[in-house]
Design a protein. Sequence first.
Length: 532
Amino acid sequence: MHSKVKPVLIGGEWRPADAVETFCAVNPRTKSIIDTAFPVSSMKDIEAALKAARSASRELMQISPEKIGSFLVCYADFIEKRRDDLVDTAYEETALPKSPRLNDIEIPRTTEQLRKAAEAVKERSWTMPTIDTELNIRSMFGPLGGPVVVFGPNNFPFAFNGISGGDFATAVAAGNPVIVKAHPHHPSTTGLLAEEAFKALKEVGLPLSTVQLLYGTRYEDGEKMVSHPLVGATAYTGSQKAGLRLKAAADRAGKPVYLEMGSINPVIILPGAVKEREKFIVTEFVVSLLSGTGQFCTNPGFVIMIKGEETEHFLKMVKERLEAEPVGTLLGEAVEKNLISSIEALKSSGARVVTGGSAGGGEGYCFQNTLLRVDGRRFLENSEALQQEAFGNASLFVIAENLDEVLRIIETLEGNLVGSIYTADKDEDDELYDRIAPALRPMVGRLANNKMPPGVAVSIAMNHGGPFPASGHPGFTAVGIPASMLRFGMLQCFDNVRGQRLPLELRDKNPTGRLWRNIDGKWTTGDVTKKK
């Protein structure tokens, strides 16, 4: 093997990969190849990682939540100490701005997630202990008994990275080892993060196979991995095409798989809101659409408005703003090609380009800031094709004749991560909202009012999921701790098990005095009291 090919992290050591081929990342701003080779691992590497992870999962079952939480905090500390290297490397691989995006937004979000996961695992209420004293049956959520395989996306090199993002943090917090498949757009960034995670494992004393890294796999081997008997679950963030392929493989084997596949995120802007604060909403929309060059899964890619002079003026202002704003760099050649293809598909289905619509206009891989429009009748005639996600700095406006047509449009929508309704601050749009919101509510995981879609806050109440095909299951979220931990937990029941043999969370005495438990139908932080 060539000496310049990066080693993989398997079984508690950095070692040469059993590679079937290699790849290099590309600087999207200059379109130049970055001179570091990464291995695409064979099934031999995958099998070795799975076996090591199974052993680690058994060890983790005997380790206290406090120790697991300490690892997450230690890892967050190490990330902050190496932030300059991480930011410089991620900038080279993604062209995302160093400041504020990478250094001031993503790094703090990443370390905050890790620390919140640490708090949740130490506090333990995520396990939802449930005790029936009369029948002596007790249950709680615990580790899966096998590794979680995490596929991270291209657009967040830190905050959603497979080895540092929310999926990673919550999988480990739930007591599971993690096998990470790096994204080819930022492998060096992922490698640096893996180095810090490995150091933290050693510092705290967790099993060294708790975190393992593969830089790449063949598609067919990825399918074998997610369906392998030793796997506990899979978490995936990325394109619908690849996600559904993994889901099909995992489903055939009965293995849990949690997918976040993006969406068009409908924004409905009502007439009263336009009359009241047109300029403000235009600014909010343009900033939201162009943030990160539109490469967010919650990008406002689909806007519904009701026909009228105010709507036409609103569109004119959006057009002018988009033409005046600089064109950002996309994450890579594949993103550019997919955006070109998506826009062509929308045009052939009846959408008309108002501005933009072609590649170019900026540095490296790029596409003009793009606005398209279609009338409501034409959309309803071809609604499936016109819901094509254009991942990037582009959005489609659907202009409806009236409220009834708006409601018919909403009824055709597929599942989305988030939807938003813009209303007047006064009561002018209340009647319209009261009819639209119940129709939109089941179509989106998160419903926003007077707020553009991104804004995926690290909050205990956040839902970053939604109906299919935005995600694989409407009952789970990829953001929001502790709720997101439940994806990686197994409901474990203990029937007539002697007290000293029970997990601490299910014994009569509350192990922390703060743990919320359901005892005989009542949530309490108290101890189990014997009935007289």
